[in-house]
Ligand binder design. Sequence first.
Ligand code: AMP
Length: 289
Amino acid sequence: MQTVTHVADLRSAIRQWRCEGRRIAFVPTMGNLHAGHYSLIQTARANADRVVASIYVNPTQFALGEDYGNYPRTLESDQQGLREQGCDLLFAPEDADVYPPDQAGPVARIDLGELANSLCGAFRPGHFAGVAQVCARLFHFVEPDVAVFGEKDYQQLLVIRALVRAFAFPLQIIGAPTGRNEQGLALSSRNQYLSAEELQRAVGVIDALRLAVAQIQQGEVIAKIEEQGYHQLAALGFRPDYFAVRRALDLGQVGPSDKDLRVLVAARLGKARLIDNLPAVRDTDVRAN
Ligand code: AMP
């Protein structure tokens, strides 16, 4: 596996594969890779001839006071892991490669409306505009046929799909399932902000999500499920940002005929902000609410 820092080197490596008619998959990450990321690499391999990963902690998606400075950076072990997973090329740029200072002009802010401004977008103002900005640039640098994103960040996955539609990027977006530990906790680079005791308690997130899914299947009123999930986590010592049941397709409010739903949670525990979600299918014949 080759590692490149500059866009010109990335493009020349990819040009060669294009000439050979190879199908290219792309997996953007912020590094500090774990088994969840590696499962995305495997999905990418199954859908293309060559796999490009990127590692870049994008400053524009962090709000002031968030963990940009502390975000774990572990390039060498990430490279080793990617090599073992059969990744072909790693793009690990510096800020000046992604946002060249000499090309700075008026800031083009990508506003994807309610989808980007609700839920995590409401608690992290500007976050999804930053995600959309960096992904748009990365998609132009790599020009992949397909890009793989984790369902772990479900709202992000929908934001990226909306970005691709809005700007007609010629690529397919694949969503990959969430990698979890044995207790069901979603793997995340931010889990290492937790103490051993908090790590045990963090399982409360998946418990609350699973209970909500069961309640949805039983036809419980949505607002009740949201309230109960929020309080369940608060009682365990979390500081929840939200516990929400939304339409899976676009994260809109659930209407009487909506069947495919998503339960989403963001909650702070110690120094970490944990997010997770699960799908839920509602039998609208049981009860409409
Ligand atoms: P990050 O490095 O956290 O920005 O994540 C890079 C990509 O990996 C995103 O598409 C995430 O959704 C995905 N990802 C992060 N954690 C997991 C996980 N536990 N399972 C599956 N995908 C994940």
